[in-house]
Design a protein around this ligand. Structure first.
Ligand code: SDX
Length: 461
């Protein structure tokens, strides 16, 4: 079980001359932590760890990362073996249920995915209310939250219905993503087909047209399966932590996942895959030397970062980036793309950066987002949908973590503490005695008849 990693080993804390023993926890892969759940009660102390760089928020049986060795396992299976041998539906089942499905279980799960592929017809009217250039992640987050209005029956007893809820959400989010793309182009919606697999259905809903039938290409389906598998979970990353934190208040799965989608949207997180392609395209179009971007990334005064590089956990390499980089050649070759200038630029950037002390000293390597856009672009996915693709992949992981938290007998609402650094006990100031904080207010000068443009008052000494 998740909580039997507490050992009889202790860490000692000495504070104000008194010694405190804190239990040591050890995970199944040997990770060691200090259990501080009684710290404040025993010592009056809290820990301070902005960004949670050193803080474990939970015990989890879902995914294991080793940042130093570049290891990623889902439920004990290596990402390499899953990406090579499984379909995305198989891996989604594994993450949510904890074991690889038998053939019969996969058939049932796939049929559920197929059966749940439609969204309520009334939901389609929501697309008409979004501006045509609405960011796809804002549409996705909104529409996923709307699902709990149309399918409330699953929210009352979620764990009894988790199989159905998981299949329903994984299937409908795919349809919402494809429908939002079609609507953004003013094209007729293509409905899901009962005889297509998860990925084939998505591609068909995205690219089929009454006047230009889409031929599902098995190489493309295989590439999409692999990409979604590689994005399917990543332990306590920002968006998964958002799903857990929101869900910890006993919020339903749909609204919790909607929060995760919003967190993933960030350019420091899932939004990076789109930013990488935009960076590569601007280098290609401008004809500029890519080394300029590497120098900018190294300049502490320049806010520019080499998007697709760096990771909070991986300090050797991101195994997913290696798999995707290798898949680029396979997919481009299968699609008859003999040469991709953006891939060439990406490879040159990686080669130069990995020899540069600035990146070496900071353990900055390509992450999952650095090459993924090359493949999405080759599959015909528009760049403003890349982060939506990340969300489609990450969905089973979010569901698995939400379910694990709901099943945890030690469940608590997530509520971090803080160290207050603001003003201390100020006397109250009546309205008439309050001075304008506007930088326009020349309070230090006295110019009779001059009025502050904000508070409109005469200048005051
Ligand atoms: C994802 O957590 C996950 O698992 C996320 C994810 C998942 O599957 O869920 O793996 C998906 O989000 C991948 C990351 C996508 N984001 C990007 O590619 C954006 C660019 N990367 C950086 O913003 C950064 O590397 C982060 C956000 C990914 C990690 O940030 P950290 O861990 O807070 O590291 P940091 O900002 O403290 O950086 C440490 C040093 C700093 O330099 P110094 O102040 O020590 O001199 O490294 C530098 C940073 O300036 N640095 C970079 C850099 N990333 C870090 N310098 C240039 N380019 C970069 N990309």
């Amino acid at each position: 079980m998740m909580n039997d990693f507490i050992t009889d080993k202790k860490a000692e804390l000495i504070y104000k001359g008194k010694s405190y023993s804190l239990p040591i926890v050890i995970g199944s892969e040997g990770e060691v932590g200090v259990d501080i759940r009684s710290l404040r009660a025993e010592t009056g102390l809290i820990t301070f760890d902005s960004g949670y760089m050193n803080t474990g928020s939970c015990g989890s049986e879902i995914t294991f990362l080793d940042g130093e060795k570049g290891i990623l396992n889902y439920r004990g299976y290596s990402i390499e073996s899953l990406a090579e041998n499984c379909s995305f539906a198989e891996v989604a089942f594994l993450l949510v249920h904890g074991s690889l499905p038998t053939r019969e279980e996969l058939t049932v799960f796939s049929n559920l995915l197929g059966g749940f592929a439609l969204i309520h017809e009334d939901m389609i009217h929501f697309f008409d209310s979004f501006p045509v250039n609405a960011p796809p992640m804002s549409i996705l987050s909104s529409m996923v939250n709307v699902l709990c209005n149309y399918y409330p029956e699953m929210t009352e007893n979620p764990l009894e219905n988790i199989d159905m809820m998981a299949a329903r959400l994984i299937s409908k989010v795919r349809t919402i993503a494809a429908f939002s793309y079609k609507r953004s182009k003013g094209l007729p919606l293509i409905y899901p087909r009962h005889d297509y697999s998860y990925c084939a259905n998505f591609l068909n809903m995205m690219f089929d047209s009454p006047v230009n039938p889409y031929e599902v290409d098995e190489e493309v389906v295989s590439a999409l399966n692999k990409l979604l598998i590689l994005h399917a979970d990543h332990e306590q990353n920002c968006s998964t932590s958002a799903v857990r934190l929101v869900g910890s208040a006993r919020v339903n799965l749909y609204a919790s996942v909607s929060a995760g989608i919003s967190a993933l949207w960030g350019p420091l997180h899932g939004g990076a895959n789109q930013a990488v392609i935009e960076m590569l395209e601007s280098i290609h179009v401008s004809g500029e030397n890519y080394k300029k971007y590497i120098e900018r990334a190294k300049d502490p005064k320049d806010p520019f970062r080499l998007v697709g590089f760096g990771h909070r956990v991986y300090k050797s390499h991101d195994p997913r980036a290696r798999i995707i980089k290798k898949a680029c050649d396979q997919v481009l070759g299968a699609l008859g793309i003999s040469q991709d200038p953006l891939l060439d630029i990406a490879r040159e950037i990686e080669e130069v950066a990995l020899r540069d002390d600035y990146f070496i000293e900071r353990n900055l390597y390509p992450n999952v987002d650095f090459y993924s856009g090359i493949i999405y672009r080759a599959l015909g996915i528009p760049s403003n949908m890349f982060t939506v693709m990340f969300a489609l992949g990450r969905l089973p992981g979010w569901i698995a973590h939400w379910k694990e938290m709901w099943e945890d007998p030690n469940w608590r609402i997530g509520r971090p503490r803080q160290i207050y650094t603001g003003p201390v006990s100020r006397p109250f100031v009546k309205m008439e005695d309050r001075s304008c904080k506007s930088s326009f207010c020349p309070v230090e000068e006295t110019k009779p008849g001059v009025h502050c443009p904000v508070c409109k008052q005469d200048v005051r000494k």
